[in-house]
Design a protein around this ligand. Structure first.
Ligand code: NAP
Length: 283
């Protein structure tokens, strides 16, 4: 299978590494020649170009640009591909992306690999980033089954755990476990800036694994956070209002020294966490 990857950043570059290693013919597209040169130097791709024409004859094209660039990227790609070419994207929000791209090219399946780091760009790309991680496909009623099969093959090659759901359900679910954590974690980092300079200095020196875990997603690529908030606005807002309610309950319990209520809340969260991630110490 000949696979094109547009946008050789963290996600596109990481995907290129694994697909090349699996023996596929991978063609990378970047807007910048320096990125193409770097992709070839790192042997991520067999061919790299700034020209979409290089994707003529591709069986599958994975669009790995920021969300707001997906529609324009598809538009620029269409003159160069044949009707059998399957498109997929990796955007973190699916409902608006799927609605737009399905109008442009019916042979398309929305996708979202649930993996990332705090870094961006081609030099952030890593092998096996997606292995053992969820990879969600969001086909709709009109999606051709053969297109789903082709993207499913990609997901299996990456070693990911495949999930399928409709775009709206995807966006609701990721608002809770991906987009809400970005805002909570970013607020945590900002709140720590309220301490006096002396205390802040000590806090910075003492910060260890707990702070590293809880601040990671708030200290990542700002463009990603912005795009999540813009494109998944109502779902994120709903999650944030619920979050504020729970935070207020904890504040009230501490303020009133209601240690029973506070402890009950923590016992419940200790019980609930393994439903989302592996038991403490592994996840
Ligand atoms: P990234 O490292 O910044 O890579 C994005 C790449 O897209 C850049 O390297 C850039 O390549 C290209 N690009 C940027 N702006 C563009 C534009 N206006 N038009 C065309 N190409 C453009 O970001 P990323 O983290 O890989 O994110 C890419 C996609 O993956 C996003 O849609 C995001 O929602 C999704 N995603 C991210 C994560 C995560 O945690 N990072 C996880 C899952 C999904 P050139 O400058 O070389 O052209």
């Amino acid at each position: 299978m000949k696979i094109g990857i547009i946008g050789l950043g963290l996600i596109g570059g990481s995907m290129a590494i694994d697909l090349s290693a699996a023996g596929y013919q991978v063609i990378g597209i970047s807007r910048r020649q320096a990125v193409c040169d770097r992709a070839l130097e790192r042997r991520m791709v067999q061919r790299a170009s700034t020209d979409m024409e290089a994707l003529a004859g591709a069986d599958l094209v994975v669009i790995c640009t920021p969300i707001q660039a997906i529609a324009a990227t598809v538009e620029a790609l269409l003159p160069h591909i044949h009707p059998d070419t399957v498109l997929t994207d990796v955007g973190s929000v699916k409902q608006p992306v799927v609605a737009t791209v399905m109008q442009q090219w019916a042979n398309y399946v929305g996708g979202h690999p649930m993996a990332g780091t705090a870094h961006q760009g081609i030099d952030a790309a890593l092998p096996r980033l997606f292995a053992g991680r969820p990879y969600v496909l969001t086909p709709i009623a009109q999606t051709p089954p053969a297109a789903v099969d082709r993207v499913t093959q990609l997901v299996h090659t990456l070693g990911s755990d495949l999930y399928r759901c409709d775009p709206a359900s995807h966006d609701q679910a990721v608002a809770w476990i991906s987009h809400l954590p970005v805002v909570v974690s970013a607020s945590l980092i900002s709140a720590c800036g309220s301490a006096s300079p002396e205390v802040q200095g000590l806090a910075q020196a003492f910060a260890s694994s707990g702070f590293r875990d809880t601040s990671r997603v708030g200290g990542g690529n700002p463009e990603l956070g912005l795009m999540m908030a813009k494109h998944n606005h109502p779902n994120l807002l709903r999650s944030l209002h619920h979050y504020r309610q729970h935070l207020d309950q904890m504040i009230d319990a501490i303020d009133q020294e209601d240690w029973g209520a506070f402890e009950s809340a923590l016992v419940q969260t200790q019980r609930d966490r393994p439903k989302f991630v592996e038991p403490y110490g592994l996840g």
